[in-house]
Design a binder for this molecule. Sequence first.
Ligand code: COA
Length: 139
Amino acid sequence: MILGIGTDLCNIERIERTLDRFGDRFRNRVFTETEQRKAERRADTPGTYAKRWAAKEACSKALGTGLRMGIAWKDMAVTNLRTGQPVMHVTGWAAERLKEMTPPGHTATIHVTLTDDHPWAQAFVVIEALPAADADGAG
Ligand SMILES: CC(C)(COP(=O)(O)OP(=O)(O)OC[C@H]1O[C@@H](n2cnc3c(N)ncnc32)[C@H](O)[C@@H]1OP(=O)(O)O)[C@@H](O)C(=O)NCCC(=O)NCCS
């Protein structure tokens, strides 16, 4: 069953201006080391950050919390498989929230997809719950 969906559209130029203005203060508040490493070695650094910003906003919507003051942005983080496919990881408050919304006997999976076409970066997140036996591949 679907537990939540979220989407976000992020302006890459706004992220670029924020990076110029606040530098590491912004980077370190919002993005994990893995996210920063990926973005900084890319030709399109602001675009890479903007996709991950959109992913965090979309994930907060799918978790049903939306954006709150004092939100720990790094508790929603994107990595990439070797194929390039993005994967969303939740820790801290976001993992707690995911646990709360997952029905007993189920395992939750977060699906994320990203795209960008200057000046826009976009993310969709879908949270799915599967019966635990199915999720383990045993059902
Ligand atoms: C996936 C692909 C269609 C993306 O197309 P694109 O128009 O260049 O880029 P978009 O802006 O629409 O999307 C980029 C995002 O797609 C996602 N993506 C990349 N590869 C993906 C894959 N295999 N599956 C799902 N999503 C993927 C990533 O999140 C990427 O953003 P990120 O690298 O910042 O995380 C393109 O990269 C492709 O065809 N790749 C072929 C697979 C490949 O080359 N793999 C190399 C390693 S085996």
